[in-house]
Structure formats: structure tokens, C-alpha cells
Write a protein that binds this ligand. Structure first.
Ligand code: ADP
Ligand code: LRH
Length: 485
């Protein structure tokens, strides 16, 4: 039949999943084989990822994926959240648990970096927006640690898991572009920046590109997962956002996208980076995508704000909460969902209330009111990012594609359409896994470029369209309220 089976491992900040993608010349199906929570752990040294737990989840997932495909997979590929890494010693053993990007160790580090390489030079050389957790700042924060002193190798999270599966090391380019050590024009290391900051690029394994072979599952992995070898592992767009944008079901180029999950990543796909001072001031990033593309986008706090409230409230039913929030009057109070003040975990309902009070707005009291405040604030931030990106890149759009877990939140999709004053096309929810599958499929014979695989998505994936309601005047007013505070 010409249908091949691929396993896509997609690790988000809130959950990991292993999906089976079945791809034929004109067909694409995705099935969930296994899902597991991704829970950061606070130990005395700080906030850490439970990376062995995640690896165990990957093995369980591959076993479940095999069980759904007669023990055979044509390939497997891994993507995850960006910027974080594991360090290996000279024997190839992991040195400690990878530090979570929400850990506080990078506080105040940027100013030290900028004293050596001014922020404007750093932007011109790397195109990355300022975020305290960019790998460059993490490595600077760790400079005098015993761990870094012993480290012989640094592997980004998907590359680390790929190494454990195959024994082969590499640094996949789309995720490498989030380290702030890559030049988006040459799509190669920013040697000058690294040298000036005393960062040893020799720590990184050689670059590999989406579609490159990344080894085969080790015999022990085959045994543990019950798979029949050989199973090739393929480098995908290993940054989850690179994979998600590759699976935006767009027709043509006049589209904006918003990848909604723990984060909202809102922006445009471009053929060249925008490295102007204006773009830096607006905190837009130029991450590298598939097939020579640039992801020009802004990080917005995303559904993290809601996840943290729900956690604080003892996990009430999300569907019920969203139904109640839909009945709360719109735009009573909004917070700046781009504000890094919301980055750290803890006390989220209180922090949101404090932000409303500080800006002279009504303080949301009930859970439904806080939820509504979060969703209005996210929609407003989506509007600003979509508008700013079009202006800064000189690239107008007619439609906003929303992909990721947030597409399951109909209220958020509708509010985003209203705020942007543009139609929203929502779906697929598992965009990162689909993008992961499609890169593997192309590496293993599926014909077509990015535009071609996007047409396949349009033909095969269920999508929901939301039309904008009621004009954007009240959103502009809310924006002015926030700017004036
Ligand atoms: P990540 O990959 O960053 O871990 P996801 O893309 O999986 O995040 O999105 C997770 C978010 O999607 C949750 O925090 C939640 O807000 C939203 N979500 C998931 N399922 C539903 C649902 N059934 N209804 C409403 N929202 C949902
Ligand atoms: C989303 C994401 C995002 C990064 C953040 C650290 O999962 O990869 O693109 O900025 O995590």
C-alpha cells in the first residue's frame, strides 16, 4: 500500500507523548500510543527536569507504538522544548539532572553578558530575542560550576534522548538556533559571540539537519521495546516549535501562526531573518525552521498562566472552568502576558491579581474571573504579536493559524480571532508530532516540499474556523489601558 509507520516522540513542558504517524502518498493519520506527564522537580539546588523519567516514558511509548504496528517502525524521531541540555563526562555519562529553564539561576546574568557583548550586537549576530533562559545565559550562569568544569559534551534535550536510543551524538540545527550561539544568516555557529563570552563550542556535537540520519535503535532498546530492527532514528525539527510550524496547514504565504501550549509562540514564517534594532526592541526572535525558513516570533507566557492557576486550585475540571469563564464579561481586566514576571512557578492567581491591582483595574476574584482575565490577556498578546510581526517584517497576512493544545480551548481561539480581527483556523492540536512525522516521511521517500506537506495536512486534518466578531475597537482600548499603566 506504500503506507509507512513513523514514531514521533514529542516532549512538551507539560506532557510527553509518543504518536504513530502513518503516511502514504496521499494519506496521513496520527494515533496516540502513549502519553505521560512531564513534572519538574524542585531539589535543594533548584528546579530540574526528571530526564530519566522522560526517557522511561519514551521507551514505554516506543513499545506501545510498536504494538500498534506489528513490531515494526520505519523510523523514529524526537522533538522537545528548546534551550535546555544535559552535560556528559568523558565516559559519556550524564552529569546531574538537566536544569529547568524556569530555574532562577539566570537572574541578573544577562547584564553581565551585555557588558561584554552589548545586547544590540548580540541581536545582530544571533537574531534571538532576550529571554533569561537562552542557553547562552544558562551557560554563563553555570560558568564556575563543578559540573560544567567536568563536562566534555553538551547535548540539547532531544539530542540527549536520541543519544541514549542510538549511541550517536549530534546537535540538531533548529533547536541549536535557540541557544543564541547560531548566526541565522549563515545557519552555522556564531564563533565570534562564543569566543568573546568564553563559551567553548567544542562542547557541542557536530550540527545535523532535519532529515539527517541519527543512527539506529541500540540492540538493548530493541529488546526493551519489543521492536524488530533495524529501526532508524531520524533527526527532525527537534525544537518542538520548529516541528509545530512545519505542520501549520497553511495555503500560501500570507499567514501568521500561533503555537499554543505551555507557551504561545506567535509570528510569521520568513525566508530571511529580521535583525533590525526595532525588531530587537519589540523582542522578536529569529529561530531556524525547516527548509531554510526563519521562525520570526514572540514568546508569550501562554497557557502556563492557566496551568499554574489550575495547579494552585487543586486541579478542578478544565472544561467546566472554561464554560464558566465564557460567561464572565469580556476584557474587565488584562495583564501583560508577555511579561517575564510570570516565568517562575507558584502563586499564580495571586500574581495575576496583583498585576491587575497595580494597573488600576478590577481585581478578578472568582476562579472563572481569573481564567477569563488570562484568556483575554492571551488573546490581546496574540493580537499585538501578529500586528507587530507584520509591521516589522513587512509581511501582511489574511489568516491566523492556531496549532497545539490550545486549539482544544474554543474560547481562546474565538477571542484570538476577535482580537486579531482576522479569521482563525484552529488545528491540528498535535502539530509538533505531525511536523515530526512529516520530516521523517520526507527523509524516507515522501515526495514534496514544505508547501506540499502542508497541502497534505489541509486535505487530511480536521480544522475549525473562527470568524472575528464585533470589531477590534475594544481590544485596542484594552491595549491602550495596559500600555498606559
Ligand atoms: P505542551 O506541549 O507545552 O506541554 P500542549 O500543546 O500539550 O502543551 O498544550 C497543553 C495545554 O492545552 C493545556 O495546558 C491546556 O490549557 C490545553 N488543553 C489541553 N486539553 C484541553 C481541553 N480538553 N480543553 C481545553 N484546553 C485543553
Ligand atoms: C515551547 C518552547 C518554546 C521555547 C520554550 C523554552 O515548548 O520550545 O519555543 O521558547 O519552549
Amino acid at each position: 500500500t506504500g503506507v509507512k509507520a513513523y514514531a514521533a516522540v514529542d516532549l512538551g513542558a507539560s506532557s510527553g507523548r509518543v504518536m504513530v504517524g502513518r503516511v502514504g502518498p496521499d494519506s496521513l493519520e496520527l494515533e496516540e500510543a502513549h502519553r505521560f506527564p512531564n513534572r519538574p522537580v524542585r531539589v535543594p539546588e533548584g528546579l530540574r527536569w526528571d530526564v530519566l523519567g522522560l526517557y522511561a516514558g519514551v521507551l514505554d511509548g516506543l513499545r506501545a507504538a510498536g504494538a500498534r504496528s506489528g513490531g515494526r517502525l520505519d523510523s523514529a524521531g524526537i522533538d522537545s522544548w528548546a534551550v535546555d541540555y544535559g552535560l556528559l563526562d568523558a565516559d559519556g555519562a550524564l552529569l546531574g539532572n538537566p536544569v529547568h529553564y524556569r530555574d532562577g539561576r539566570t537572574e541578573g546574568v544577562a547584564e553581565k553578558v551585555w557588558a561584554t557583548v552589548p545586547a544590540s550586537e548580540l541581536y545582530a549576530a544571533t537574531g534571538l530575542q532576550y529571554a533569561p533562559f537562552n542557553t547562552l545565559y544558562q551557560l554563563t550562569a553555570a560558568r564556575s560550576s563543578a559540573q560544567l568544569a567536568r563536562a566534555e559534551r553538551l547535548l540539547l534535550i532531544p539530542d540527549l534522548l536520541t543519544y541514549w536510543l542510538t549511541g550517536e551524538q549530534g546537535t540538531e540545527l533548529t533547536n541549536a538556533s535557540t541557544t543564541q550561539l547560531i548566526d541565522p544568516r549563515t545557519r552555522d555557529w556564531a564563533h565570534d559571540v562564543a569566543e568573546r563570552l568564553g563559551i567553548d563550542l567544542g562542547l557541542f556535537a557536530p550540527l545535523r539537519h532535519p532529515g539527517d540520519p541519527a543512527g539506529v535503535l541500540r540492540p538493548e532498546v530493541l529488546e526493551e521495546t519489543g521492536l524488530t530492527g533495524p529501526v532508524p532514528v531520524t533527526a527532525v525539527g527537534s525544537h518542538d516549535t520548529a516541528s509545530a510550524v512545519a505542520a501549520v496547514p497553511a495555503d500560501g504565504e500570507r499567514f501568521a501562526y500561533i503555537c499554543t501550549g505551555t507557551w504561545s509562540l506567535a509570528g510569521l514564517e520568513l525566508s530571511a531573518p529580521v535583525l533590525t534594532e526595532e525588531s530587537r526592541a519589540a523582542n522578536f526572535t529569529n529561530e531556524l525552521g525547516l527548509d531554510g525558513t526563519v521562525r520570526y516570533l514572540r514568546n508569550i507566557m501562554g497557557l502556563w498562566l492557566l496551568q499554574e492557576c489550575v495547579r494552585a486550585w487543586g486541579d478542578p475540571d478544565l472544561g467546566e472552568l472554561l464554560r464558566e469563564a465564557a460567561r464572565v464579561p469580556a476584557l474587565r481586566s488584562v495583564v501583560d502576558a508577555g511579561d517575564a514576571a510570570f516565568l517562575a512557578p507558584g502563586r499564580m492567581p495571586e500574581r495575576i491579581a496583583e498585576a491587575c491591582r497595580a494597573s488600576g483595574q478590577p481585581v478578578p476574584e472568582s476562579r472563572a474571573e481569573v481564567t477569563r482575565c488570562i484568556l483575554d490577556s492571551l488573546a490581546l498578546a496574540h493580537r499585538r504579536a501578529v500586528e507587530d510581526a507584520q509591521r516589522l517584517a513587512g509581511h501582511p497576512v489574511d489568516v491566523v493559524h492556531v496549532v497545539g493544545g490550545g486549539t482544544r480551548n474554543a474560547l481562546l481561539c474565538q477571542l484570538t480571532a476577535d482580537a486579531c480581527g482576522l479569521p482563525v483556523v484552529a488545528g491540528p492540536a498535535e502539530a509538533a508530532a505531525l511536523g515530526n512525522v512529516l520530516v521523517q516521511a520526507r527523509a524516507h521517500g515522501l515526495a514534496g516540499d514544505l508547501a506540499g506537506t502542508r497541502r497534505l495536512l489541509v486535505r487530511t486534518q480536521p480544522l475549525t474556523r473562527y470568524e472575528p466578531r464585533g470589531g477590534t475597537a475594544r481590544w485596542r482600548a484594552a491595549e491602550a489601558r495596559l500600555a498606559g499603566s
